[in-house]
Design a protein around this ligand. Structure first.
Ligand SMILES: Nc1nc2c(ncn2[C@@H]2O[C@H](COP(=O)(O)OP(=O)(O)OP(=O)(O)O)[C@@H](O)[C@H]2O)c(=O)[nH]1
Ligand SMILES: [Mg+2]
Length: 197
């Protein structure tokens, strides 16, 4: 493997069913949004490649979009293995999905055999203020980076993924001090979409 081949990192998207995990991946990777709800069966896997700014190294993030449906819960534990980072999604218009974030974070911590970076995302920010007024975003008290997004309008979608990517890259380099001199760096700022600028 050459230096430019880089390495691969597994990312999981978790959170209650219908919060918008699949929609966030579709917006981020394919720039597409459909209003149709087709629940994920098991898990959908999508690769996403990032070029580190300073080294030109390719980092391959593999996005594991998990079903949030309860009937999948008993199979889910086996899908956590080898995870480098997680995005936990809740729906800004649905208090239950917000409360369940803690449960998802715990399930993630229990099943990942090391402490991994987590980003909390409150999705569907495009919906009307009356619908989201009872949830106080972002979820800053969790101690994890937290943002509000809209998979529909593309608000903060790239920022959410890159917040996690940056945390993973930083952590990987901390674990491999011999690589620190390479200053591998990924940043969403240089890759913002026109809608987000
Ligand atoms: N208005 C609005 N609707 C959204 C947004 N994100 C997702 N949706 C809608 O919410 C529904 C569920 O979205 P999905 O992305 O399938 O949800 P999921 O979290 O993948 O659900 P499971 O696969 O069942 O776990 C769909 O009808 C989407 O169109 C958003 O940002 N804004
Ligand atoms: Mg889905």
């Amino acid at each position: 493997m050459t230096e430019k081949d880089g390495y691969s990192q597994k990312i999981i998207l978790i959170g209650d069913g219908g919060t918008g995990k699949t929609s966030l991946v579709n917006q981020f990777v394919h720039r597409k949004f459909t209003g149709i709800y087709k629940t994920t069966i098991g898990v959908d896997i999508t690769p996403y490649q990032v070029n580190a700014e300073d080294t030109g190294e390719n980092i391959r993030f593999i996005l594991w979009d998990m079903s949030g449906q309860t009937h999948f819960a008993r199979f889910r534990s086996r899908f956590y293995s080898g995870t480098s980072g997680a995005i936990v999604v809740y729906d800004l218009t649905n208090t239950t999905t917000y409360r369940n974030v803690q449960t998802w974070v715990k399930e993630c911590s229990d099943n990942c055999n090391r402490k991994i970076p987590i980003v909390i995302v409150g999705n569907k920010a495009d919906l009307n203020e009356l619908q989201i007024r009872h949830i106080k975003p972002p979820m800053s008290e969790s101690g994890f980076p937290s943002l509000i997004t809209s998979a529909k309008t593309n608000l903060n979608v790239k920022k959410a993924f890159f917040t996690l990517f940056e945390a993973i890259v930083k952590k990987t380099l901390t674990k491999k001090p011999d690589q620190a001199a390479k200053t591998t760096h990924v940043s969403y700022e240089s890759q913002l979409d026109s809608e987000e600028q």
